[in-house]
Design a protein around this ligand. Structure first.
Ligand code: IMP
Length: 489
């Protein structure tokens, strides 16, 4: 029987000797984002000294419930609530300074000070008002989050437009605030004039520029001009956990264009956008979820209801139909019993709360795609995987499937007739209850073995509920074991 513990064992990396160098692990989502990465980082954070972001910006996000209330964080790394952890935001990120200052202020009001704990690369790209305006106007085709991330990265590569520098960085606000704001205003004004001065967002964008000096004041103490800051920490023995935003399948090059985000989300990029040499890489940790989801457009091979589901969710997000509206319109228990996969997908969305964190958009729902996971894990040499939302698979027992439907890779099956989708019958509600209590029975053990065989990597843990204690660690696949190269664990 697999040995389990309800929380990963702790290592005292930050207490270790000062002499030896540290290492970095990279944690990434393996599907289409929203796999529950923050929850895993929350569990792993005590083992690391620094939690670092290396890509994306306010298009990511996680909501955290705290004793002082609920807070939605978009740009700060997930380790905020672990006071020992230092936080780093690397040069690969595209930052919205207004929203970042707001996150810092909200935390301060909750009694959490980031002073001395948060370091933001001065070379991180600055999201400017015209980026947000451009993204909102053109977001329909891809279904972007409208945060200006794509136009910001495009301007980073463009460098200069109409003789005006457009690749502004966070450090520019410190070096020359007045020129930086003038530059932003010039580009914005040119855009407003080109559109005949009728754009609905003019007042909002002008207000943003007016508020920028106050925002700079808030951020000033956190902006890190030293390019080697993280390297020096690691040389001094610090262990780093890189936290990927979005997911590997949304990578700007590796994903299915154009339905991707605009940054590199693959683990290798952690060492570019996170400002550290790959020499320090140790493990790649993947996070997936058993009820798959995707927001925005693009291919989703295991989508329940296929193109109909994609169309429905696109329409719903355009007309602002979210959880509340669906609850009024549909009965999830009835839909679950339908023979139509589209209905089952809708039911699963409602029963498992799959709506966008920031946008409230209904997420497209799919079966667990083991074939796809296998390819992603192989491509990025993922060492181990956390599988979230395994408890949610019980809903399938009440559906016409009467088991868990999963997409599987033909090569892994021994039979001559190779089905694309197979129904896994062996899991039951009792196994899940026992699992939550810390015991994996034969049925759950069988499920874990089945998944591992199909994805070609060990499961480090399974999520059996939303609470912290329901993340069951499969101890023999601990992603951060002590290694002889580092005395820090
Ligand atoms: P953008 O990143 O806002 O440009 O959006 C590009 C695509 O990535 C859209 O389909 C978004 O819905 C998707 N996307 C961006 N960030 C996330 C995320 O954090 N989770 C899931 N999907 C995301």
């Amino acid at each position: 029987m697999t040995s389990v513990s309800s929380s990963p064992s702790l290592h005292t990396s930050h207490l270790a000797s000062q002499s030896a160098e540290g290492f970095a692990d990279v944690l990434v989502g393996l599907q289409y984002g929203d796999e529950g990465k923050a929850k895993i980082i929350d569990a792993l954070a005590p083992r690391y000294d620094v939690i670092a972001r290396f890509n994306g910006g306010a298009n990511a996000g996680h909501t955290i419930d705290t004793p002082s209330g609920r807070i939605a964080l978009k740009q700060l790394p997930s380790g905020v609530f672990h006071p020992h952890a230092t936080l780093y935001i690397g040069s690969g990120c595209a930052l919205n300074p207004w929203k970042l200052a707001n996150e810092i202020e909200r935390l301060r009001e909750m009694g959490i000070s980031l002073e001395g704990r948060l370091h933001i690369s001065a070379r991180a790209a600055l999201v400017q008002p015209h980026h947000i305006a451009m993204d909102r106007r053109g977001s329909g085709t891809i279904g972007t989050t409208g945060n200006g991330i794509g136009p910001c990265y495009a301007d980073r590569a463009m460098r200069v437009r109409n003789d005006t520098r457009v690749n502004l960085m966070l450090g520019d606000l410190l070096k020359n605030e007045a020129d930086t704001i003038t530059s932003m205003r010039d580009v914005l004004t040119r855009m407003i004039n080109a559109e005949g001065g009728t754009s609905p967002w003019i007042a909002e964008m002008s207000d943003m520029l007016l508020g920028l000096p106050k925002v700079t004041q808030t951020l000033r103490g956190y902006i890190e001009p030293d390019r080697g800051w993280l390297t020096d920490r690691v040389k001094d023995g610090a262990n780093v956990l890189f936290e990927g935003a979005q997911s590997v399948l949304l990578d700007v090059v590796d994903g299915s264009q154009p339905y991707v985000t605009s940054s590199h989300t693959v683990p290798a990029y952690a060492y570019v956008g996170g400002d550290l040499s790959p020499k320090y890489h140790r493990r790649t940790i993947g996070v997936a979820k058993a009820i798959m989801s995707r927001v925005g457009r693009g291919p989703f091979p295991s989508e329940l209801g296929g193109e109909r589901s994609a169309q429905y969710c696109h329409g719903a997000s355009q007309s602002h139909v979210g959880a509340a509206e669906e609850q009024v319109r549909y009965s999830p228990d009835e839909l679950l019993r339908s023979n139509d996969p589209f209905d089952v997908g809708t039911a699963l969305r409602m029963l498992t709360g799959e709506y966008g964190t920031g946008t409230g958009r209904p997420r497209r729902i799919g079966m667990l795609d083991l074939a796809q996971l296998r390819e992603v894990i192989k491509a990025h040499a993922v060492d181990c995987v956390y599988l979230n939302k395994v408890d949610c698979l019980t809903h399938y027992f009440h559906s016409a499937y009467q088991g868990v439907p999963m997409r599987v890779h033909p090569d892994v099956l021994s039979s001559e007739v190779m089905p694309d989708v197979m129904i896994y019958p062996g899991l039951n509600e009792r196994s899940l209850t026992l699992g939550r209590e810390g015991t994996l029975d034969a049925a759950m053990h069988g499920f874990v073995d089945f998944v591992e065989r199909h994805i070609g990597a060990p499961l480090a843990g399974i999520g059996l509920g939303p609470e912290r204690a329901s993340l069951i660690s499969l101890a023999e696949h601990d992603p951060a074991p002590a290694v002889s190269a580092s005395p820090h664990v």
